[in-house]
Design a protein around this ligand. Structure first.
Ligand code: GDP
Length: 593
């Protein structure tokens, strides 16, 4: 029997893609924000109600039947209503249920389970004190990218360096003495980069990942400022040592370093305390014991000279570097000629740099892992498709905006990430084998979640699929220095990364972290303009790469000493789509200018 095509609520501007039928209720005015979430606003004619009641009864009968056929061999089954259930349907229903207990089962162990992520992680760390490190592969359907053999070797060597020179070693104590003396030493046995942790969690993760790659490229020990809960959120990444900067670090005011700090590399260049221009490097004894690298979003041209070869040569003789950044500076490192050969060998897949760095460095502590795994098992594990939607409103006026809501639904419907909903109260007969999709929404507020959940509760989907909608928390606003708040944010980033499909908010480092961990190229919601009078059209775009965007790159040719569009220099360092002046690493095969 040919089925009448149901009318679906039109996503704005997408009329051509939407199946239309006669006689269905109009969508206009039925937008859930206005009334769809309140069932009392839907008045159905009595005849239609009876028809729906019949359908509901049939559904119940069907469920009983399915339970029955699971218990007895499928011969010919007579319906309570007098009909005969086709054997094909019974077989399909049975197969579906069997599949349900198999494919949807959990954890998704692979054979053999790749708990070391292809050699990325070191073996032999205590599993109980950091369960996430070796359990993560069980929770991911997408195993992610393979690390290169060179990256694996380099990481093991770097771990050895961290152990040899890290806190509580003689080498570290000697380096601290040198720092106290105020002068650099020629050929120090160990050099260090200290990463200051500040701003939101996404920024902190991108900053620490950038500092780590810089440390690896320059054979420096990475030490992370323990403030802002860095110690409570992440397990130690390096075996047999700590990456946390000891509390008695002698530069007591380092967390207050800013663009005005006299010891910043930029200010030392400006004030001619240092110069990278001289053909012969100054004697090491003339160099300061430390330099502060101000690589923050507000940094000046002189600070950005960090991304030039001559300046890197000079900095390589400074034993202690203290770095502040809220940026993902990695694409900038790819522009330093001296690092290029090594970077090519470490990351033959240019669009997976953050993916590897993040999975290597950041392991949720047991408390956060509990938040991740309990939520995942309870709400997401059994779904056949998990769609993560990250809603970040940078403008408080958009915290409850029907236009942004429409932007989200337009995106997921146009791109066919979620099924559309029927405009009528008609039930779509559940199709055997129809997918069950779980939607994970993360946002500081519950408004979008409530609307989207209400929409999928009040209306059947056009495909007969079931869609469940979940949001773990709604913290209200960003908070600083609160462990439970950061723990939830970290858990939600991680949960997003376990989704099969991602819709993220442009400009947000929160979303960048999730997409990088999960190796997912997201659909990105365009940042809304200040004055929003309608849903942005197009609502979203598919990102060319899962890499985060470097929001404030240097626009400079270090050799010719003049301005240069650094998004046009290398085939794998291109401009971002969400932040047009930003830079991101891409797979040149996928990138089209
Ligand atoms: P960005 O500001 O979007 O680039 O992301 P950040 O992670 O750097 O900073 C935003 C901060 O606000 C997060 O670290 C959280 O503290 C909070 N936040 C923003 N969105 C969410 C969310 O969806 N869930 C939770 N739990 N916190 C959020």
């Amino acid at each position: 029997m040919q089925q009448r095509k149901p009318k679906v609520c039109a996503a704005e501007g997408a009329a051509l893609e939407i199946p239309v039928s006669q006689g269905a209720m109009e969508c206009d005015g039925g937008w859930p924000e206005a009334e769809g979430a309140r069932p009392e606003h839907w008045h159905l004619p009595r005849k239609k109600r009876l028809a729906l009641d019949n359908k509901r009864w049939n559904t119940v009968v069907n469920l009983v039947l399915v339970a029955f056929v699971m218990a007895v061999p499928p011969v010919v089954v007579v319906y309570a209503g007098g009909g005969v259930a086709p054997a094909v349907w019974i077989a399909a229903a049975k197969a579906q249920l069997r599949r349900g207990s198999g494919d949807r089962s959990f954890p998704y162990t692979r054979s053999p389970p790749d708990k070391l992520l292809g050699g990325l992680l070191p073996d032999g760390l205590d599993e109980r004190s950091c369960r996430s490190r070796y359990e993560s592969s069980m929770y991911r359907r997408n195993p992610g990218r393979r690390p290169s053999p060179h990256l694996i070797t380099k990481l093991r060597k770097h771990e050895e360096l961290q152990r040899r020179c890290g806190p509580n070693t003689d080498a570290y104590n000697r380096a601290i003495q040198q720092l106290r003396s105020g002068k650099s030493v020629g050929s120090p046995e160990c050099k260090y980069v200290v990463s200051i942790s500040y701003r939101g969690l996404g920024n902190r993760i991108l900053a620490a990942a950038s500092a780590f790659l810089y440390a690896v490229l320059t054979d420096r020990v990475l030490l992370v400022d323990p403030s802002n809960e860095m110690d409570g959120l992440f397990c130690e990444p390096f075996p047999g040592t700590t990456w946390l900067l000891p509390r008695d670090f002698p530069l007591a005011s380092y967390t207050n370093f800013s663009i005005d700090t006299a010891e910043s590399y930029g200010n030392m260049l400006k004030n001619k305390v240092l110069s990278a221009d001289v053909p012969v490097a100054p004697p090491t004894a003339e160099l300061p014991a430390f330099a502060y690298l101000h690589l923050d979003h507000d940094y000046a041209h002189e600070d950005k000279m960090f991304f030039c070869d001559d300046d890197q040569r000079l900095l390589s003789n400074v034993q202690w570097l203290v770095m502040r950044t809220d940026l993902y500076t990695v694409p900038g490192l790819f522009l330093v000629t001296a690092f290029q050969e090594e970077l090519d060998a470490l990351f033959p897949e240019r669009d997976a740099v953050f993916h590897h760095l993040a999975r290597y460095l950041f392991h949720p502590t047991n408390h956060v892992w509990g938040l991740v795994t309990r939520y995942y098992r309870a709400y997401l594990a059994r779904a056949e498709l998990r769609v993560g939607i990250q809603v970040r409103n940078f403008n408080p006026r958009h915290a409850q905006s029907p236009h942004v809501l429409r932007q989200i639904t337009n995106c997921v419907w146009r791109e066919k990430l979620l099924p559309e909903v029927l405009a009528t109260e008609e039930h779509a007969v559940p199709t055997p084998g129809a997918k069950f999709t779980a939607v994970l929404i993360t946002s500081l507020r519950p408004w979008y979640y409530e609307r989207i959940k209400g929409m999928y509760w009040d209306h059947a989907t056009a495909t007969g699929e079931d869609v469940s909608v979940h949001q773990p928390s709604h913290e209200g606003q960003q908070q600083f220095g609160k462990k439970w708040h950061d723990g939830r944010a970290w858990a939600e980033m991680y949960l997003l990364s376990l989704c099969d499909v991602l819709v993220t908010s442009g400009w947000s480092t929160f979303g960048y972290v999730a997409q990088g961990f999960g190796a997912v190229r997201p659909w990105v919601l365009h940042k809304q303009p200040e004055n929003l009078t309608s849903a942005p059209d197009p609502p979203c775009f598919r990102d060319v790469s899962m890499e985060p965007c470097f929001h404030a790159p240097h626009v400079y040719d270090c050799k010719r000493k003049r301005g240069l569009d650094t998004g046009e220099v290398l085939p794998h360092v291109r401009h971002c789509q969400d932040v047009s002046w930003g830079l991101k690493l891409v797979d040149p095969k996928l990138y089209k200018a």
